[in-house]
Ligand binder design. Structure first.
Ligand SMILES: Nc1ncnc2c1ncn2[C@@H]1O[C@H](COP(=O)(O)OP(=O)(O)OP(=O)(O)O)[C@@H](O)[C@H]1O
Length: 263
């Protein structure tokens, strides 16, 4: 599906695509043991290329969140490897991993996860403030303007609509120019119009800013904003769709459902 790009496209930004922003190789994740053992991920290998928007879909319990958490270094892996850029996450100690997450990874969750006592602007710059890094003012201005937050920066989260709060969360994720953004059902708490706006911003950040985005979603329309969709079932990647339309995604999902019922 073709979606409008809200960010001004700068041709100069369209430098070489195709390098890998994150990669999992033979990634397995097992929770529990004995009778409670669950293989949440079973030998998953996947690449997320730079400046590409990937949606991860699959039935409940198929391993979507686990894949994202392992890729983002929020959860340990049982076997296999995960890399952000050139860095193998298993090779890092706790402090190095915390620093890598802070500097290289942006997160957007379904719950907006904003601190209620801070203003919108303070929430946006918080990760950089904690890291002792100065925000790039021009970059911040561009993000804030594009996301339509200029007049809301002094507001606290309770004074903002759900859509505005989620846009603050998007601005926070984009502000440090992370290598990759992981979004877990980012539109789950939004009405359809705010959701569409947000997906437009994510899509625009991929096109115009060369941001890499990986998004878990249950919604075929949300997935249609991505460049590709990967489908998980029982902890394995079972299919992939490029240039998805909502109808094509729905069609694949129906096929998996039908297979699930007959197998
Ligand atoms: N901390 C945990 N301890 C034990 N089992 C877990 C844990 N986290 C996830 N699981 C199990 O791993 C499997 C994959 O879970 P995961 O949350 O990754 O699925 P999902 O596809 O994101 O599901 P949903 O769409 O419902 O959010 C499930 O069977 C789940 O019960």
């Amino acid at each position: 599906m073709s979606h409008a790009t809200p960010f001004p496209v700068s041709p100069a930004l369209h430098a070489p695509h195709g390098s890998v922003a994150a990669r999992a190789t033979d990634l397995s994740k097992v929770y529990g043991q004995g009778e409670t053992r669950v293989a949440a991920l079973d030998s998953v290998s996947v690449e997320f290329r730079r400046a590409e928007f990937t949606a991860i879909m699959g039935p409940s319990g198929s391993g979507k969140s686990t894949l994202m958490h392992c890729m983002a270094g929020l959860d340990s892996v049982s076997s296999g490897s995960t890399r952000i850029g050139d860095v193998e996450l298993a090779s890092l100690g706790d402090r190095q991993l915390t620093r890598l997450r802070r500097d290289k990874v942006g997160f957007i969750f379904q719950a907006f996860n904003l601190l209620p006592t801070l203003t919108a602007l303070e929430n946006i710059t918080l990760p950089m403030d904690i890291a002792g890094r100065k925000a790039d003012r021009a970059w911040l201005d561009q993000i804030v303007t594009t996301l339509g937050l200029s007049g809301r920066l002094a507001h606290r989260p309770s004074q903002l609509s759900g859509g505005q709060q989620q846009r603050v969360a998007v601005a926070r994720a984009l502000a440090s120019r992370p290598e990759i953004i992981f979004a877990d059902e980012p539109t789950g708490n939004l009405d359809s119009r705010s959701g569409a706006e947000l997906l437009g911003f994510l899509h625009g950040s991929v096109r115009a800013l060369e941001q890499t985005v990986v998004m878990v979603t249950h919604d075929p329309v949300a997935a249609s904003y991505a460049d590709r969709v990967i489908f998980l079932a029982d902890g394995r990647i079972v299919d992939e769709l490029r240039e998805p339309t909502a109808d094509a995604v729905l069609d694949r999902m129906k096929r998996f459902d039908a297979k699930g019922r007959t197998s």
